[in-house]
Ligand binder design. Structure first.
Ligand SMILES: [Fe+2]
Length: 259
């Protein structure tokens, strides 16, 4: 199993605070069946800058620690790249890390409260460079919650999405869980990842999430896992037959906004 989104690199952002915690988290991941993990510290989100060079060095050092503690986990340096006006410059300056070695897939985070007006233009610019954005945790983004059609539009334009495993299990509340289900049903989700941060709160929920999805739709659960592999390997992904998120959900959102 591949996890494309995690904050277990020790001491770099709001994730794992130290090596001891990171090793414990890695062991939990391995126990769930995860054997490859993209380490994705926050980058350019207004709070954290985690430059490529530094993350590469820290990832190499963490891999050595994993090896010496006999934890069979392959880690790769990545970033949770925040959408911002300097993104194209950062790419030109070779300060961005991708999910795959071919630099086809970027784990892209949108601001939590909105989908900025320039998102579609930025996505187009990235696509011109041969980069496919993988929009992380859209189910937790208030902009998509208010206007699910914005998510449809991004996927229709060729973006992929990564849902948080714990969102599917209800870890972020019923509203987020329902929206996760809506996204999955509309075929606007592509894979699960943990977004694991720490031992107490946001931890690995990958196996239970895939188990539950497998119970509801076995083929889709397999497809989600294959998609994670394709992203990791820089291979292309077949798009789904997508649909708009159902009108009931839009009506509920409208009611939610009015009251
Ligand atoms: Fe994250």
């Amino acid at each position: 199993m591949i996890d494309l989104h995690s904050h277990i690199l020790p001491g770099v952002d709001d994730g794992s605070p130290d090596l001891k915690t990171s090793l414990k988290l890695a062991q939990i991941a391995v126990n769930q069946g995860i054997d490859k993990m993209l380490l994705t510290p926050h980058h350019m989100d207004g709070k954290y800058i985690n430059n490529k060079k530094s993350i590469l060095a820290k990832t190499a050092s963490f891999q050595s620690e994993l090896n010496s503690h006999d934890i069979p986990l392959e880690v790769r340096a990545g970033q949770e790249v925040h959408l911002n006006g300097n993104l194209l410059t950062a790419i030109e300056q070779d300060n961005v890390l991708f999910a795959d070695e071919q630099h086809h897939y970027m784990m892209l985070e949108l601001p939590h409260n909105e989908v900025p007006e320039y998102t579609n233009d930025m996505v187009f610019e990235l696509q011109l460079k041969g980069i496919t954005p993988v929009v992380v945790h859209p189910e937790r983004n208030r902009g998509f919650q208010k206007s699910p059609d914005k998510l449809y539009e991004l996927v229709d334009h060729g973006c992929l999405t990564q849902l948080t495993a714990s969102s599917y299990l209800g870890g972020f509340g019923k509203k987020v869980q329902k929206f996760t289900n809506d996204i999955i049903k509309a075929k606007l989700g592509f894979t699960f990842a943990s977004d694991a941060h720490n031992l107490a709160g946001r931890n690995f929920k990958m196996k239970p999430a895939y188990d539950l999805l497998g119970k509801n739709d076995y083929k889709l659960s397999m497809k989600y896992q294959q998609n994670a592999q394709s992203i990791w390997n820089g291979k292309s992904i077949q798009s789904f037959n997508i649909s708009h998120i159902n009108s009931k959900s839009r009506l509920e959102n409208l009611i939610h906004r009015l009251f």
